[in-house]
Write a protein that binds this ligand. Structure first.
Ligand code: ATP
Ligand code: MG
Length: 738
């Protein structure tokens, strides 16, 4: 055995080794998180190539993301050693969608379709559905998105429009879907387009109708390996079955406890039924976890064991010692983010843990905003996975562009961005003409005011001119409002008059995200009302643009990862922060009523906890702003599942009050601590003399809104939403209930 070859097997435990060396026939590795399933696949590929002399071209490996495929490839090359790795070529690796796209590019001709098809994303899909809906039921109020999901579900079940029409439920909705489905498919075809579901569905169709084509791929890919098998849906299941039914050299790995894509049709049953479909399956269980310490595993176990639909398994680890998972109860989402970012910074500075080894996980995309802002304020580099940064998101940029025009009548860039959003008949031609007018008049403001002069008449086509005039008048009215009212009123008026919410509400999943983001933006803006009319808007815009600059300047390769729980599958970090552990947020409110969905939320939580190698922080907030309003937060049931002797706890009072009273306050982070009350004073013992109560919300002339956390005679300790903790003398401070 060469060195590299022995490494392929020696770095594995016995059951892992068995999974790697059982190369012929079906193998099912059913095992918990961090037990080395992905490692088994990687080593198995290297073993097949090196020990069994299998050509890399005969191997097909399916991973959950293309990035995972890339990482796996890199490790295989390393295991094979430079020389062999470089000469032997690489296996086919990627997601189901990318592999199917490759197959179809080659062979879709057999289905009488063009090879140069385009792939439609959900926005394109929706526009087709909307048009079809208009034809079929012009007056119906059915949401195009609901129709699209129904069609997508049908496609994932490999159902044709004809089959759907035969079996449909007989109710009005299915009737409409039944009519839209064939029109939608025809439009796709007319556009030479496939949607995501077609990539899989047409490949199955191709294989079923053209045995010669199927045979070609069966012969080519003699060895199949599938990661994250628990999240395959029906059509993916069929693909695997078709490709493997001749040779059965199929190795799938998965963990039923980590099935978290049920809402997209993933079927946990596929993994549970594997043995039935593949007689003589060798089932291998892996029980040793190499990723996490015992306390982390215990936490994961306590959460997942509440589920009833699961195969019983428990992991063990050699790493018996470890830090207890820590639960932090935050005051609100700002405090939560400041705690997490402060902790990350401390672990980095004092314990030399790389930021790349830390991740903040949350349930919904909108939660990232608070963490992004805290990172920017603290100057901590971060990496937002799977999303555009908050202030770079289209809807946020659009709405800020409206506000910018109010603030600065010469801002042509912002005007161009939103002058036709939502569409109001101002096209590129009109904008070119406007630009000429701007040159003539010397500025945007002057140009807009000259629309109805002879010059305007000469330069701009009359229809475009009228529409521009209406837009200009609308902006003028906002400017007027901004002179009288606070920035939140102005923002609300912009939302209302532009109909922006209706504009983004196109029924897609993105629309839901956008809506959440707009709510987040409104929450941010509400903090600027205290600056009063006009001033509030300018402070807001300035701070936002500074944030963007700092963000750009400080983006470095070492960074804290911000990521949703759904995207974090398969990854691991030294330190994991699981944020927003509150009822209604996580578990998500949509899941609170359905037992089945609650079990999925629980699995999502299990996935999150098991990403941690050494340290786990779970945070929840006492109150959270939703759409500019503060709502009380109840600790997630998943936290309740963790026994007291397993975890340690702290809360915002520890962070602010106790710390500041011992004067060991630090001034870092979003909540700087310093005392306003210096000079001599007499402290009364009772709280009775105060007109405030502990826990009451108050408003300060310059610090804005906050909560009274401690009363000692005349001295009040208040945590302000924006500036953090301050000590004030009640008799002197401009403080009122609010
Ligand atoms: P998940 O369910 O989260 O996808 P997994 O079962 O795929 O996890 P891996 O990611 O393959 O687990 O492995 C978890 C960690 O344990 C990795 O860092 C891996 O390198 C390490 N590991 C796995 N097996 C061994 C082993 N036999 N010896 C040393 N380290 C191992
Ligand atoms: Mg894995």
């Amino acid at each position: 055995m060469s060195d590299t070859q022995s490494e392929i097997l020696e770095a594995l435990n016995l059951p892992q080794r068995e999974a790697v060396t059982t190369t012929e026939g079906p193998v099912l590795v059913l095992a918990g998180a961090g037990s080395g399933k992905t490692r088994v696949l990687t080593h198995r590929i290297a073993y097949l190539i090196q020990k069994c002399g299998v050509s890399p071209q005969s191997i097909l490996a399916v991973t959950f993301t293309n990035k995972a495929a890339g990482e796996m490839k890199a490790r295989i090359l390393k295991l094979l050693g430079e020389a062999e790795g470089a000469t032997s070529g690489t296996p086919t690796m990627g997601t189901f969608h990318s592999i199917c796209a490759q197959i179809l590019r080659r062979d879709i001709g057999s289905l009488d379709r063009a090879h140069n098809f385009v792939i439609f994303d959900s926005i394109d899909q929706l526009s087709l559905i909307k048009k079809a809906l208009k034809e079929v039921a012009p007056n119906s109020t059915i949401s195009p998105r609901a129709v699209l999901s129904a069609i997508s579900r049908a496609k994932n079940e490999c159902m044709t429009p004809e089959a759907f029409a035969v079996q449909k439920g007989g109710d009005y909705f299915s009737d409409i879907v039944g009519q839209v489905f064939p029109i939608y498919q025809k439009r796709l075809k007319d556009n030479e387009a496939l949607d995501f579901d077609d990539l899989l569905g047409l490949t199955v169709e191709l294989f079923q109708e053209h045995p010669a084509v199927l045979e070609k791929y069966q012969r080519m890919w003699q060895y199949l390996l599938i990661d994250e098998y628990q999240d395959t849906n029906h059509v993916q299941y069929l693909l695997v079955k078709l490709l493997s039914e001749e040779h059965h050299n199929l190795c799938v790995v998965g963990d039923d406890d980590q099935s978290i894509y049920g809402f997209r049709g993933a079927n946990i049953g596929n993994i549970l039924a594997f043995e039935k479909d593949n007689p003589d399956t060798k089932v291998i269980k892996l029980e040793q976890n190499y990723r996490s310490t015992q306390p982390v595993l215990d936490a994961a176990f306590h959460v997942i064991q509440e589920n009833t639909r699961r195969t019983e398994k428990r992991l063990w680890t050699d790493r018996k010692e470890g830090q207890a998972p820590h639960i932090y109860e935050a005051l609100n989402e700002t405090d939560e983010a400041s705690y997490v970012v402060g902790k990350a910074q401390e672990l980095h500075d004092n314990h030399k843990i790389s930021l790349n080894e830390m991740a903040v996980l949350y349930r919904t995309n909108a939660q990232s905003r608070a963490f992004e802002e805290a990172c920017m304020q603290a100057g901590l580099p971060y990496r937002l996975v799977g999303g555009v940064k908050f202030y770079e998101r289209k809807e946020i940029k659009d709405l800020l562009a409206f506000l910018r025009i109010i603030q600065n009548p010469e801002d042509e860039v912002s005007l161009e961005r939103v002058v036709n959003i939502p569409p109001r008949g101002i096209g590129a031609g009109t904008l070119t003409e406007l630009h000429r007018l701007v040159k003539e008049t010397g500025g945007l403001k002057a140009a807009l005011e000259a629309l109805h002069t002879d010059l305007g008449d000469q330069i701009i086509n009359s229809r475009g001119r009228e529409n521009l005039y209406i837009f200009h008048a609308m902006v003028e009215s906002w400017r007027e409002l901004n002179r009288r009212e606070n920035v939140l009123e102005v923002f609300d008026q912009v939302m209302k008059e532009t109909g922006y919410l209706e504009y983004i509400n196109d029924g897609t999943t993105q629309a839901e995200d956008r809506y959440e983001n707009i709510k987040e933006l409104r929450t941010t803006i509400s903090a600027y009302t205290e600056f009063g009319p006009q001033h509030g808007l300018s402070v807001l815009l300035e701070e936002v643009s500074l944030m963007t600059d700092i963000d750009r300047a400080q983006f470095a390769s070492e960074a804290l990862t911000l990521i949703t729980l759904h995207q974090v599958k398969g990854l691991e970090f030294e330190v994991v922060f699981l944020a927003g552990m509150e009822e209604g947020l996580f578990p998500h409110s949509r899941a609170l009523l359905e037992e089945k969905e609650l079990e999925e939320e629980r699995r999502i939580c299990y996935v999150g906890i098991t990403r941690a190698k050494a340290q786990l922080f779970l945070t929840h907030a006492e109150s959270r702003s939703v759409y500019g309003e503060s709502r009380p937060g109840i600790a997630s049931r998943f936290l309740v599942d963790l026994p007291d002797d397993l975890v340690t706890r702290s809360d915002w009072e520890d962070k602010y009050v106790r710390k500041s009273s011992s004067l060991a306050a630090s001034s870092r982070g979003a909540a700087p601590v310093h005392s306003e009350s210096t000079g001599s004073r007499q402290l009364k013992d009772s709280k009775a003399g105060s007109k405030f109560k502990e826990g009451q919300r108050v408003k300060h002339g310059s610090f804005g809104s906050g909560v009274v956390v401690q009363i000692k005679g005349d001295e009040l300790t208040v945590v302000f939403d924006k500036v953090g903790l301050k000590r004030l003398l009640e008799s002197l401070a401009p403080l009122a209930a609010g």
